[in-house]
Ligand binder design. Structure first.
Ligand code: MUC
Ligand code: MG
Length: 374
């Protein structure tokens, strides 16, 4: 199959990049972000890059950077070498035949395909997805140190710099009572100047959520992400029937089938879209389409990607019909050093789609070497 752009080589490298502060979720805490970086070369000489982010090893989801690299090296790369890079759906079918799930690994490769093909054709990745609807989008910042004084001070700095005016607070690492007191302090300090949402990362059971949702509403919280375990779709649906607080599904929705079940159960008002969950740019659009068909709003989720992984997300988000809750691609700013030669642009509480062919970002190879795991 000679297309003039067949896949010649795929290389996966694990990197660990320190974060500016500890980032605490309900069940894990990170002070360095780990990524598997994919470098893909076509037989026409074009190069593409992709990134698979993880959080705390295989604890946020089942994939780790080690499993992602192993799956790429042993199964996904051999399935794609010699294949045309511009047949994205065909590549997806080959990857699905070679490995079940392993969605982050597939997403990193597909990002690199869009980058390499975009560079070959001299068009941005979003063009290959139908073109941009928006060139920038609202971006929030996540507060996750667990110390409300530090969090209020961090939010004030972001507000002063006009970088962010919406904040997501990670809860669930401490008792619900301590979290409620923390949220009420943060809500009072930022009242009228910022929008607040929270992410419990599956920490609560239904009774705890019933107790906490009215308190969060009273503190000014506008959206609650994944209060219950990923499997508890019925519980999420009951909470929605009982309270006005909008619920955002994150860990409950990986596949289009998950999205369909959540929609049928009436278990979410919005869904967090992430390449690592859905398995790539095309799969993310598929999940978005199922959500939109059920009247579920879209939110551009992240897993603390660098500018490389964030750019791949922005190309998908830029082409969606709606993006009601904006996005959270603050990852490049939480790293001590970004992995792109030119980081993404944050201004006026928005993140901007990078211009240029492919993903529009360039991997800094010196940093790739420096942060790569020995
Ligand atoms: C998640 O569960 O949303 C995204 C931002 C953040 O702080 O954690 C991640 C994962
Ligand atoms: Mg989440």
């Amino acid at each position: 199959m000679a297309s003039g752009m067949n896949i010649a080589a795929i290389q996966a490298t694990i990197v660990d990049v320190p974060t500016v502060r500890k980032h605490k979720l309900s069940s894990l805490s990170v002070s360095a972000q780990s990524y598997t970086i994919v470098e893909l070369r076509l037989d026409n000489g074009a190069e593409g890059i992709g990134e698979a982010a993880t959080l705390g090893g295989p604890r946020w989801s089942e994939e780790s950077v080690e499993s992602i690299k192993a799956t790429i090296d042993a199964y996904l790369a051999p399935a794609l070498i010699g294949q045309p890079a511009n047949r994205f759906q065909a590549a997806r079918i080959r990857m699905d035949a070679a490995a079940k799930r392993n969605n982050a690994a597939k997403a990193a490769i597909e990002s690199a395909l869009f980058d390499a093909v975009g560079k070959t054709l001299n068009v941005p990745a979003v063009q290959l997805l139908g073109g941009a609807v928006r060139d920038s989008m609202p971006v929030l910042w996540t507060l996750a140190s667990g110390d409300p004084d530090q969090e209020i001070e961090e939010a004030e700095r972001k507000l002063d710099a006009r970088l962010h005016d919406t904040f997501k607070v990670k809860i669930g690492a401490q008792s619900p009572e301590a979290d409620m007191a923390r949220m009420c302090r943060i809500g009072k300090a930022l009242q009228g100047r910022a929008t607040l949402i929270v992410d419990a990362n599956q920490a609560w059971d239904e009774a705890t959520a019933r107790r906490c949702l009215p308190i969060l509403a009273g503190c000014g919280v506008k959206l609650v992400e994944q209060p219950l375990p990923d499997w508890d779709i019925a519980g999420m649906a009951r909470l929605r029937q009982r309270f006005d607080m909008p619920l955002l599904a994150d860990e409950s929705v990986f596949t289009t089938h998950d999205m369909h079940k959540v929609a049928q159960a009436g278990a979410a008002d919005a869904v967090s879209l992430k390449l690592v969950k859905h398995g790539g740019l095309l799969a993310t659009r598929d999940v978005a389409a199922v959500a939109e068909s059920a009247g579920i709003a879209l939110y551009g989720g992240c897993l603390l990607e660098s500018s490389i992984g964030a750019a791949a997300h922005l190309h998908v988000f830029a082409g969606l019909q709606t993006l009601g809750w904006g996005c959270e691609h603050f990852g490049p700013q939480i790293l001590t050093e970004d992995l792109a030669t030119e980081p993404l642009r944050f201004a006026d509480c928005r993140i901007h789609l990078p211009a240029g062919p492919g993903l529009g970002v360039t991997l800094d190879r010196e940093k790739l070497r420096r942060f790569s795991r020995r």
